[in-house]
Design a protein around this ligand. Structure first.
Ligand code: NAD
Ligand code: UPG
Length: 443
């Protein structure tokens, strides 16, 4: 069944979700308060880097199935289902999530709902938010209880956002058990094509759906920090954390995914989500239950300090004046996102410690320069490496993994590389004469 849906927020999540909904056959209205962003999207342009999204978005904008507006009234008038995909960033100077964007959508949208409607929240929120918002919607909507709200967390990964939207591992819908209404039936209609393929569709209560999302991210962050903690031990014992991860990963109960030791996790999700989860647990009086997440965060941040230490050692003990090429600024490859990026953070720390840092990233330089305008940005890997005393690989872009170590060795001043993502073919780099340092291996 084809529906008309709106998506509030057209960032990484919202723009992908809007295009995905159109691909599933629905008529879609994307709504954002950022007029410049809406103008670009309406022209069929994606304002960030996400493989496969420009083609999908353009296709549906051109067919007229996907429109963009800053006017919430249009969405309220035409759509039967409204998705909330606005940001829930970390509050400045606090651990907790900033809920003002989600709240603003409800305050704007609910008073406009004059016919039965379903609101599906996708943003990552503290447990308890959905119940609070459902109540507020009933208060504000002219149709009262005929405006229903459920929570439908999103699990997409940047870099694979289109694939994850169209072919998710599972769908989770949290509904108000005391007021079941039509919301489950509507959610099934929205995702019919995906459900028919046999994708697990889990219906839970509101709190469980909210907690599924933050628990998944807390688990992923914990797995990464686990292996990075082991990397610290490997560094003082001469062991190799990548071989260790392979060996423990063969045990299916453990699994090899997310055991990539290196500079650690960053981005717009894992760091702020584990902090907001701890803050919420504290508010609920069960802070100690998530005390381990503080450790997870600390282990993660220590990796950035370790990289600065390694660069300093490679530069002969002092960073002042050392020429350092930093390859990568994005928090991970195939993304231009630099939110809480370990790569950019390491580059910034090296710069502040007196190194002459030249950063190269194939997609994220403009976003990086908005945060760190005082860093020097090279327009190619070659330009970044020319005359460098130390090369730091900070994001595992394919371009860096497949770089020719012989050609690069001829450009640099000293052939010393720190593989901050343990992603380089070590034998090739050693054979080309490089002094190689990984994280948790050949330290
Ligand atoms: N980025 C991801 O990969 C991802 C994946 C799963 C879940 N999430 C969650 O999804 C949410 C959005 O994340 P994001 O990375 O897309 O954020 P983002 O910052 O890229 O985008 C948020 C968008 O919301 C818009 N916005 C703010 N207030 C608005 C309003 N009142 N009405 C309409 N639009 C408004 C902003 O202008 C911006 O375009 C967060 O809760 C995040 O935790 C993100
Ligand atoms: O073995 C690994 C795997 C990942 N990372 C790092 O962890 C961070 C996060 O990676 P990833 O989870 O792939 O990126 P996101 O796009 O932020 O996706 C996460 O956050 C999203 C927003 O909540 C969720 O929807 C996704 O399911 C969840 O994977 C990045 O900095 C990676 O470099 C590692 O250091 N080692």
């Amino acid at each position: 069944m084809s529906l008309t849906v709106s998506v509030f927020g057209t960032g990484y999540l919202g723009a992908t979700h809007a295009a995905g909904m159109a691909e599933l056959g629905h008529t879609v209205i994307g709504v954002d308060v950022d007029a410049a962003k809406i103008e670009r999207l309406a022209r069929g342009e994606v304002p960030f880097f996400e493989p496969g999204l420009p083609e999908l978005l353009r296709k549906h904008v051109e067919s007229g199935r996907l429109r963009f507006t800053t006017d919430a009234r249009l969405a309220a008038a035409e759509a039967d289902v409204h998705f909330i995909g606005v940001g829930t960033p970390q509050k400045k100077g606090e651990q907790a999530a900033d809920m003002r964007f989600v709240d603003a959508v409800i305050e704007t949208l609910a008073p406009l709902l004059t016919r039965p409607s379903v609101i599906l929240g996708k943003s990552t929120v503290p447990v308890g938010t959905a119940a609070r918002l459902a109540e507020r919607v009933r208060e504000l909507a002219p149709v009262g209880g005929a405006a229903e709200l459920a929570w439908n967390p999103e699990f997409l990964r940047e870099g694979f956002a289109v694939e994850d939207t169209l072919r998710p591992d599972r769908l989770v819908i949290g509904v108000d058990r005391d007021r079941p209404g039509r919301v489950e039936q509507v959610a099934r209609a929205v995702y019919a094509e995906i459900i028919e393929r046999g994708t697990p569709f889990l219906v839970t209560d509101l709190a469980t759906a909210e907690l599924v999302k933050v628990s998944a991210n807390a688990f992923l962050a914990t797995k990464i920090s686990f292996i990075n903690a082991i990397a610290e031990i490997c560094e003082v014992t001469g062991a190799d954390v990548t071989q260790l991860a392979d060996a423990i990963g063969y045990d299916e109960r453990i699994g090899r995914k997310f055991l990539g030791a290196g500079l650690g996790f960053g981005g717009g999700c894992l760091p702020k989500d584990i902090r907001a989860f701890q803050a919420r647990a504290g508010e609920l009086g069960v802070g100690p239950a998530l005390g381990f997440l503080r450790e997870v965060d600390e282990i993660n941040l220590r990796r950035r300090e370790r990289v600065v230490e390694l660069v300093t050692e490679c530069a002969g003990g002092a960073l002042n004046g050392a020429k350092v090429a930093v390859l990568g600024a994005a928090f991970k490859p195939n993304s231009d996102d630099v939110r809480d990026s370990p790569a950019l953070d390491a580059a910034g720390r090296l710069h502040l410690a007196g190194a002459q840092v030249r950063v190269y990233d194939p997609e994220a330089a403009a976003n990086a320069a908005a945060i760190w305008p005082t860093l020097t940005y090279a327009s190619s890997m070659v330009e970044a490496c020319e005359g460098a005393d130390v090369v730091l690989v900070a994001t595992e872009w394919k371009e860096f993994r497949e770089a020719d170590p012989v050609a690069l060795a001829a450009l640099v001043s000293e052939a010393k590389v720190i593989d901050g993502r343990n992603c380089l073919p070590v034998e090739r780099w050693l054979a080309a004469g490089w002094e190689y340092h990984g994280l948790g291996r050949f330290a």
